[in-house]
Design a protein around this ligand. Structure first.
Ligand code: HEC
Ligand code: HEC
Length: 302
């Protein structure tokens, strides 16, 4: 018992002297000189653009074919390309990497990996354009979905890569091409009609979506302009949602827009029970066409 105590004492004495020694070895800092040398930070860019280009679904279709997305996702994005049936999830993880270091290659059975079907609305409504952009840029770890980074970019840990590079612009184009698969031109047309002409009772009057959000989706409809005068200021989040702002829309999932419409948000009334489910989804799909070039001429954009 005593022996144990003695050993702990010795150990703590060693620790104390050791840390004192280490502290003594630290370089001294002359605080007054350091502050004199501090430079003011360069001003942040005023409107950092998440999306450097107006995405075009037509341009995206070309990238989709050129970059061989079709061999897995199929010519129409149904997830049924010629390679789809034989894809495997790469079995790379920290443990396999560790054993590889000491010369042992661990590999169990690889699971099949199924390419996404972009026509599946249940899956697509949980994606934001930005999350898809990330997947294409970095690949999806532990699946067959490869990375398509810009030149010099790296795939995510555990993701595969064919060494095919795409520019930032090409990636935005291609994911908006994939985005169009979750809807149809007829649905977009329906959404546009509802957005611009369907009168829905709110606050004792009947208003269209466009009355607040504007026919151009810029938040400047007649009632929107009035709202903006009543509010402290109508920057994003306080005035009517601005659907022409791609930095906003690229980060929104269809389910989030659906939820805002059904439950209301801020000064926007709730539309629960006033619009049918399929009507809301039609409008939601239409709203995204404010930020990219929709190929069939029915969208809000050019
Ligand atoms: C080698 C086959 C393969 C190729 C080539 C490929 N993908 Fe994929 N992709 C997959 C697989 C497999 C998945 C499903 C991953 C998973 O299980 O989560 C996927 C998923 C995705 C997703 C995520 C969809 C979602 O709902 O989460 C996007 C976006 C995507 N691919 C875009 C592309 C684009 C764009 C290209 C071409 C530039 C491309 N893919 C090329 C196999 C491929
Ligand atoms: C009375 C004016 C008004 C009407 C009518 C109106 N909105 Fe809104 N809407 C707003 C305001 C204000 C906001 C912003 C709320 C906030 O974030 O504070 C908003 C937000 C939204 C958002 C969320 C945007 C985001 O930032 O995620 C969506 C989606 C939306 N509106 C869709 C619609 C649709 C579709 C219709 C028609 C069915 C509609 N709105 C009708 C005023 C209106």
């Amino acid at each position: 018992m005593l022996g144990m105590l003695g050993r702990t004492r010795l150990l703590s004495a060693l620790l104390v002297t050791g840390s004192l020694f280490l502290a003594a070895c630290q370089p001294t800092v002359n605080v007054s000189r350091a502050t004199a040398r501090l430079q003011p930070a360069p001003p942040a860019p005023r409107d950092p653009r998440l999306v450097p280009v107006r995405p075009s679904a037509i341009e995206g279709r070309r990238v989709f074919q050129r970059a061989q997305c079709v061999i897995c996702h199929g010519p129409e994005g149904l997830g049924n390309g010629p390679a789809a049936a034989n894809l495997k999830s790469p079995g790379k993880n920290l443990m396999t990497d560790f054993f590889r270091l000491i010369g042992i290659r661990l590999r169990g059975d690889q699971l099949p990996s199924r390419p996404a079907n972009f026509h599946n609305p249940v899956a697509m409504r949980l994606n934001s354009p930005f999350s898809m952009y990330e997947t294409v840029t970095r690949g999806r770890p532990h699946t067959a979905m490869p990375a398509f980074p810009r030149k010099g970019g790296k795939p995510a840990y555990g993701a595969v890569s064919f060494g095919v590079n795409l520019t930032d612009e090409e990636r935005w184009h291609v994911i908006f091409h994939e985005w169009t698969y979750q809807s149809t031109p007829a649905e977009i047309r329906r959404g546009k009609r509802l957005y611009e002409t369907k009168l829905i009772g709110v606050e004792g009057t009947a208003l269209t979506c466009a009355a607040c959000h504007g026919t151009a989706g810029n938040g400047r409809g007649p009632r929107g302009a009035q709202l903006s005068r009543e509010l402290w200021h109508w920057a994003r989040g306080q005035g009517p949602g601005i659907f022409t702002d791609i930095n906003l829309m690229a980060q929104r999932k269809p389910t989030e827009l659906y939820q805002a419409i059904v439950d209301g948000r801020g000064r926007m009334p709730a539309y629960r029970g006033k619009l049918a489910d399929d009507e809301i989804w039609a409008v939601v799909n239409y709203l995204y066409t404010f930020v990219y070039d929709y190929p069939w001429g029915e969208g809000a954009g050019r």
